[in-house]
Design a protein around this ligand. Structure first.
Ligand SMILES: *[C@@H]1O[C@H](CO)[C@@H](O)[C@H](O)[C@H]1NC(C)=O
Ligand SMILES: *[C@@H]1O[C@H](CO)[C@@H](O)[C@H](O)[C@H]1NC(C)=O
Ligand SMILES: *[C@@H]1O[C@H](CO)[C@@H](O)[C@H](O)[C@H]1NC(C)=O
Ligand SMILES: *[C@@H]1O[C@H](CO)[C@@H](O)[C@H](O)[C@H]1NC(C)=O
Ligand SMILES: CC(=O)N[C@H]1CO[C@H](CO)[C@@H](O)[C@@H]1O
Length: 326
């Protein structure tokens, strides 16, 4: 009896050790609860101020997490500034046209460093900021995991083939998500992030002026929508910004799916979602449904994306400033 009890204790101790050993180097909910309890509140407070003053930053600050996670994993490599003219980082590549708000990240990081020096990673700042951008545009509240560490490498050439251009077809899109361990459902769900924010005309103007239909127009686009877009975007216009979900581009809702279903999407990569049975069904369902299902799916896919190739435990570092390695 006594020996049974003691072997049970040994077994339990072993199980606890194993669990501990496994989870200690993984992301968790509330990673900062003990080491920097106010971390999430600091981020949210700053984000609330930013979004109330500059609502147009919500879109880019949400997309920043995708730009980070798809290139070398969610390690804040997207934030590193080049160290030499011959050593360009991710930030300096063309897709950076669509990301703004680096100053917001730097300010939030400075506040976190003042409260808890050397504790909160820039990669987690990106994650918390993206989540808060959703909440502050009236999307769902959801918890995110933290405990990421920051990477020390950022290479411009890594962007190619990992971040897919908005002109991508379905095959390219699926492959890019698959490469990151994300499935077709994650792809259509995360595309729903286009419900907030704006795009440069240059990301889609080939559909207006240089496509396969009459007058160079993309025949898959709603004709009235084409007229409206042409009124905003001249050919070769790379400065004008257009709302991605016209009329509700500051509200996180199912508006994106309504637009795509009506053939009023901006990007070829949005239109592509109608060419796959599963993604098309999802688009059409969400176009008519209450937002609850999309909101739940979005939170789930954001959690999955937030785990892509993360550094944890003793890997990487906690940067002092987000634009440079320590
Ligand atoms: C270029 O950047 C990489 C990683 O970001 C770094 O390891 C390397 O030392 C840099 N080279 C130069 C010349 O700055
Ligand atoms: C999709 O795009 C890729 C890259 O541009 C191209 O190689 C491929 O042929 C395209 N596939 C289809 C089915 O159009
Ligand atoms: C139009 O598309 C063709 C082929 O895709 C390309 O070679 C050409 O440069 C494009 N023209 C403009 C003005 O973008
Ligand atoms: C924007 O377009 C102008 C004129 O076509 C061109 O000179 C400039 O290099 C373009 N900028 C970018 C970032 O593509
Ligand atoms: C903010 C930022 O880093 N912008 C860069 C984007 O990339 C172009 C080159 O493609 C640079 O000239 C910008 O400085």
């Amino acid at each position: 009896m006594a020996s049974n009890a003691s072997s049970l204790t040994t077994l339990l101790t072993l199980v606890v050790f194993l669990l501990f050993g496994l989870t200690s180097a993984q992301l968790k909910f509330g990673f900062y609860n003990h080491v920097c309890p106010e971390a999430e509140a600091i981020v949210f407070k700053e984000m609330a101020q930013v979004i109330s003053k500059a609502p147009s930053l919500a879109g880019p600050l949400l997309r920043l997490q995708y730009h980070d996670c798809f290139v070398r994993g969610c390690d804040a490599s997207v934030l590193l500034n080049p160290t030499a003219a011959n050593n360009q980082t991710e930030k300096i590549t063309l897709p950076n046209l669509s990301i703004r708000g680096f100053g917001v990240i730097d300010r939030i990081k400075a506040k976190l460093e003042a409260a808890c020096p050397g504790i909160v990673s820039c990669a987690d700042v990106i994650t918390l900021v993206a989540r808060d951008a959703v909440i502050l545009t009236h999307g769902p509240y959801f918890q995110v995991q933290t405990g990421r560490r920051d990477g020390t490498i950022s290479l411009a050439q890594d962007v190619i083939g990992n971040l897919v251009p908005p002109t991508s077809n379905l095959t390219t899109l699926k492959a890019a998500f698959h490469k990151k361990g994300l499935n077709v459902k994650d792809m259509v769900v995360l595309s729903g992030a286009h419900t907030i924010g704006t795009s440069h005309c240059s990301a889609f103007s080939s559909r207006l002026y240089n496509s396969t239909g009459k007058g160079g127009v993309d025949p898959t686009l709603d004709k009235r929508y084409v007229e409206r877009l042409k009124g905003k975007c001249r050919p070769n216009d790379n400065t004008t910004l257009v709302e991605m979900d016209p009329g509700s581009f500051r509200t996180f809702d199912t508006g994106y799916f309504k637009q795509v279903a009506k053939r009023r999407s901006l990007f070829l990569s949005d239109e592509a979602l109608l060419h796959d049975e599963e993604t098309r069904a999802y688009v059409e369902r969400q176009a008519k449904a209450n937002p609850e299902q999309f909101f739940g799916d979005f939170a789930e896919s954001m959690l999955k994306m937030g785990r892509v190739e993360v550094l944890t435990g003793k890997e990487g570092e906690i940067r002092k400033v987000c634009g440079a390695v320590n």
